[in-house]
Design a protein around this ligand. Structure first.
Ligand code: ZN
Length: 567
C-alpha cells in the first residue's frame, strides 16, 4: 500500500494500488479507503483521531516538544534539522499524538502514531509521551488504545531509543496489573522496536486491513536470506493465520470494534449488579432428567447423540444463547487453532469471556476445525483468553465439545501435554468465576483443559469420559466392537456424573435431543449458565479459588472410597 493521503486543496487523487483517479471528497468520506479496490491509504494522526473518537471528545495531553538530541547525531543533516523539518511538514510536535477521548461513549486514553513524522520512529520523546498516556489511563482507571505506525526505534537517538521499548512496556505492564484493558491497532506499517514492544504486548491486538507488521522488514529479510518471500508475507491476514493478532478489521469497522471492546472491559470493572433472576437455583427449577425422560437412555445411544453432526456447536450457541460475540484469535506464538474459538460476549447483558471447542456440521467444517481437537496453540489461545478475562474481571464460560486433544505428531512436537497441563493449572487459580458446560463430547484431558470450573454443567445427552468407548473397548476387552459395553461401564452420561459429583447440574435438552430444536437447547443452556453464574459473581476471588480447589480436592482417593462405601 503506497498511496499517500492527498493534501488539502487537491480535488483529485490517484489510488496507490489500482491507480483509479478519485474525487478527493469522496475518498475522504470513505475514510481514505479506495472505493474501487478497497486499498487502505495511510492516515495521519489527526485524521485517525477524527475517524475513531466521538466528535468533540478529544482532549490532547500536553506535548513536550523538546530539543532532545541526546547523542549529537549527524548524518547528511544534523538530527535537529530533521526534527524541525518534520515539525514543519506535519504540524505536529512529535511522531505521536496522545489524549483523552470517548469511543462509543466509553472513556479511554489514546496514543496515535504518525508515520509522516520521521517514519513514526520511536525516540525518547515519543516513548515519554506514550508512557505519560499510559500513566494517565492508569490514573483515570480507563483503557489505553495505541494506534501504531512506525518503522521502529529512532536511529538518531542511538541506544536510548532502544530503551523506550522497555519504558513503554513497563507502563503497559502497570495497566495489566491494574486490570485495565490495553488495545493496539496495528496500521501500515508497524515494524522493529514498536512491533516488538507495545504494538504486540497489549491485551488485544487489532490489525487494520492492509496493515503489515513484523520485527524485520521484508527488504532486510530478503537480503539476509537471499530468498523470495511468500505472497502476502507479514500482511494482516498472514498475521491472523499465524496467531499474531486477534482480528483484522477494515477501517470503517474499527471504531465499532473498539467501542465493543471498551464496553466489555468497562462491564468487567463495574461491581456486580443485583440480577433480576433468582440467586440460587430452587430445587424445583432443577431439571429432573431421569423423570422427564423416563429411565436414562442407554449410554451407547447417548454417545451417538453427543456426536450427532447436527448437534449445536459452540459458534451456534454464541449466536443463539449469547449476544455481541467479538471473536479473539491467536496464541501470539505462531498459530491460531481453528478447533478452539473464544472471545467477548454478553449473557443477559453481562460481559463474559466465552471459550469453547468448535466442531462443525458438515464434513468440510469438521475437517477445517480438526473435529474440535485442539492443538497446543488452541490450548494456549484458551489460556491467553482466560487470563485476559481474569485481568478484566470478567467471568469465563467454557463450552466443551471435543473427542479429545489433537493426537498428531506436530501437536506432540509443540508440547501438547504441557499445554494441557498449563491450562489445568491456570484454571485452578483463576481469580474469576468459571462455569463449564459439557455440550457434546467431553473427551479426556482435552476436555478437562477447559473444564476445571466452579460449576460444571452437562447437557442431558452429552458424555464426559477419560477415554472414548472405542478406545477403552480396544484396550480392555480387547475388541473395538465392545464399545457399547464399554460406554455403559465407563459411567459417562450426565446422570452418572451428577451422582459421582463430577457434574453439578444437568441441562435438559428438547425431546428427543438438542439437534431437533437448537433454539430450545440454546434457551436451556443460557438459563442454566445464568442460574449457576450469577451466585458466583459476588463471591470474592480468594474464596472462589479456595472453593474451586476444594471442589477438585474432594475427588481424592480417600473421599471417593468413602463415597463408594456410602452407596
Ligand atoms: Zn484503488
Amino acid at each position: 500500500m503506497t498511496a499517500t493521503a492527498p493534501r488539502e486543496g487537491q480535488l483529485w487523487s490517484r489510488c496507490g494500488d489500482c491507480a483509479t483517479l478519485l474525487y478527493r471528497k469522496r475518498l475522504r468520506r470513505n475514510l481514505d479507503v479506495c472505493p474501487e479496490c478497497g486499498a487502505h491509504a495511510r492516515v495521519d494522526a489527526p485524521d485517525r483521531l477524527f475517524q475513531l473518537v466521538d466528535p468533540g471528545s478529544f482532549t490532547a495531553l500536553p506535548d513536550r516538544p523538546s530539543e532532545v538530541d541526546p547523542i549529537g547525531f549527524v548524518d547528511l543533516l544534523p538530527y535537529p534539522h530533521r526534527l524541525t523539518a518534520a515539525r514543519a511538514g506535519t504540524g505536529l510536535a512529535e511522531a505521536v499524538v496522545c489524549g483523552t477521548a470517548t469511543v462509543g461513549r466509553h472513556p479511554c486514553v489514546l496514543a496515535v502514531m504518525d508515520f509522516r513524522f520521521l517514519g513514526g520512529s520511536l525516540g525518547c520523546v515519543v516513548g515519554e509521551l506514550i508512557t505519560l498516556a499510559a500513566e494517565r489511563a492508569l490514573a483515570d482507571g480507563v483503557p489505553l488504545v495505541l494506534v501504531t505506525a512506525s518503522g521502529g526505534a529512532r536511529m538518531q537517538e542511538g541506544a536510548l531509543s532502544l530503551m523506550q521499548m522497555a519504558t513503554v512496556s513497563q507502563a503497559i505492564a502497570a495497566l495489566r496489573e491494574a486490570g485495565l484493558l490495553t488495545v493496539s491497532v496495528l496500521t501500515d506499517p508497524t515494524y522493529g522496536g514498536v512491533a516488538a514492544s507495545f504494538a504486540t504486548n497489549t491485551d488485544v491486538v487489532l490489525a487494520e486491513s492492509g496493515a503489515r507488521m513484523g520485527f524485520a522488514g521484508p527488504r532486510v529479510i530478503r537480503q539476509i536470506t537471499g530468498r523470495d518471500l511468500p505472497e502476502g508475507f507479514q500482511t494482516a491476514d498472514f498475521l491472523l493465520r499465524h496467531g499474531q493478532v486477534d482480528m483484522v478489521v477494515p477501517r470503517h469497522a474499527l471504531r465499532g470494534r473498539l467501542a465493543a471492546l471498551l464496553a466489555a472491559a468497562r462491564a468487567g470493572r463495574r461491581p456486580a449488579s443485583r440480577p433480576a433472576v433468582p440467586r440460587q437455583v430452587p430445587p424445583s427449577a432443577r431439571p429432573a432428567v431421569t423423570t422427564a425422560q423416563g429411565a436414562p437412555g442407554d449410554a451407547w445411544e447417548t454417545v451417538r447423540l453427543a456426536r450427532h453432526p447436527g448437534r449445536p456447536t459452540t459458534l451456534d450457541y454464541l449466536e443463539t444463547a449469547f449476544d455481541g460475540f467479538v471473536e479473539l484469535h491467536g496464541d501470539r506464538l505462531g498459530a491460531d487453532c481453528p478447533a478452539v474459538v473464544g472471545g467477548l460476549a454478553r449473557l443477559d447483558g453481562r460481559a463474559v469471556m466465552v471459550i469453547g471447542h468448535q466442531k462443525g456440521h458438515t464434513t468440510a467444517e469438521l475437517v477445517g476445525r480438526n473435529f474440535g481437537m485442539a492443538s497446543p496453540a488452541g490450548h494456549r489461545k484458551a489460556l491467553r483468553l482466560m487470563r485476559l478475562a481474569a485481568r478484566l474481571g470478567l467471568p469465563v464460560v467454557t463450552l466443551v465439545d471435543t473427542p479429545g486433544a489433537d493426537p498428531g505428531v506436530r501437536a506432540e512436537e509443540q508440547g501438547q501435554a504441557a499445554a494441557i497441563a498449563e491450562n489445568i493449572l491456570a484454571l485452578t487459580v483463576l481469580p474469576t468465576p468459571v462455569v463449564a458446560v459439557i455440550t457434546g463430547e467431553g473427551g479426556s484431558g482435552g476436555a478437562l483443559a477447559l473444564a476445571v470450573a466452579d460449576r460444571v454443567l452437562m447437557l442431558q445427552h452429552a458424555v464426559y469420559s477419560v477415554i472414548s468407548p472405542e478406545g477403552c473397548a480396544a484396550i480392555l476387552w480387547p475388541d473395538r466392537g465392545a464399545a457399547p459395553q464399554a460406554a455403559r461401564a465407563l459411567r459417562l452420561t450426565a446422570p452418572d456424573l451428577c451422582r459421582l459429583g463430577i457434574v453439578d447440574d444437568v441441562v435438559p435438552e428438547p425431546t428427543p435431543a438438542a439437534h431437533h430444536d437448537p433454539a430450545d437447547a440454546a434457551r436451556a443452556l443460557r438459563a442454566a449458565v445464568l442460574a449457576h453464574l450469577l451466585p458466583l459473581l459476588d463471591v470474592p476471588s480468594t474464596t472462589l479459588v479456595r472453593r474451586r480447589r476444594q471442589r477438585f480436592r474432594r475427588f481424592g482417593a480417600a473421599r471417593l472410597g468413602a463415597r463408594a462405601g456410602a452407596r
